[in-house]
Design a protein around this ligand. Structure first.
Ligand code: SF4
Length: 223
């Protein structure tokens, strides 16, 4: 199967499996997604979603975050881990948005990555989910599945994965494709034990085919 057909098959199948897939962080305002995503580093979305309701109630605007008392902010986000660094960048990025962007979360990767603590993964998420722009969110699921499926060749570098997927996934599917990968990575293609036998992508998946070949070789060796 040529790559174009393989990509089309994967996009279609994932859309069938996860028609409603979206970012699992809860937010109302664009800046809230930015902050929730910052909190999700080295933490689960589930944990972040437990923390943000009280956090966004206490700090109900960008101005409130910009003027937050550091120690008090830490008490709200403590359970997300690495809370000091996160608190520092949340205050700093809020000030930057107010000062440099008139209080509006920027809409380009170039500008978003100028904000304190914001990398390409978060910048892509904001561009895709808030502004509807083509975006590749190269998180751990995206990187793992792209490699296993054979869309990316042996790379755990997020920038390389992003670049490759931008080349082969049509613009209009990119953001949803990444959300689908997160869902599939949680439900079927888990990190330690991918359930290839029940995965509907196994006919096109490089990892699955290689595993099958290895099993066949071992069976032949035993005979
Ligand atoms: S076939 Fe296996 S490795 Fe490939 S995507 Fe499915 S679960 Fe993951």
């Amino acid at each position: 199967m040529i790559l174009k057909d393989k990509v089309e098959f994967i996009i279609k199948e994932l859309n069938n499996l996860y028609p409603d897939a979206q970012c699992s962080l809860t937010y109302k305002e664009p800046y809230e997604l930015l902050i929730a995503t910052r909190l999700s580093a080295q933490c689960t979305d589930e944990r972040v979603n437990k923390v943000t309701p009280a956090l966004f109630e206490r700090y109900s605007s960008l101005e409130a975050f910009a003027n937050a008392d550091f120690d008090e902010l830490c008490t709200y986000i403590h359970s997300c881990g690495f809370f000091r660094g996160k608190a520092k960048s949340i205050i700093e990025m809020s000030r930057q948005i107010l000062k440099d962007y008139e209080g509006k979360v920027p809409d380009s990767i170039e500008e978003l990555t100028k904000l304190s603590g914001i990398g390409r993964k978060t910048a892509n998420l904001i561009c895709g989910d808030i502004y509807g722009k083509p975006a590749i969110i190269a998180d751990t699921h995206c990187i793992r599945l792209s490699n296993r499926l054979g869309l990316v060749k042996n790379s755990d570098n997020p920038v390389t994965v992003e670049k490759r997927l931008r080349e082969i996934i049509p613009d209009k599917y990119q953001t949803k494709f990444c959300h689908n990968l997160v869902h599939h990575g949680r439900a079927v293609c888990m990190s330690r034990s991918p359930a290839c036998e029940r995965c509907t992508l196994n006919t096109v998946c490089t990892f699955s085919k290689q595993s099958e070949k290895q099993r066949n070789r071992k069976t032949a060796d035993k005979k």
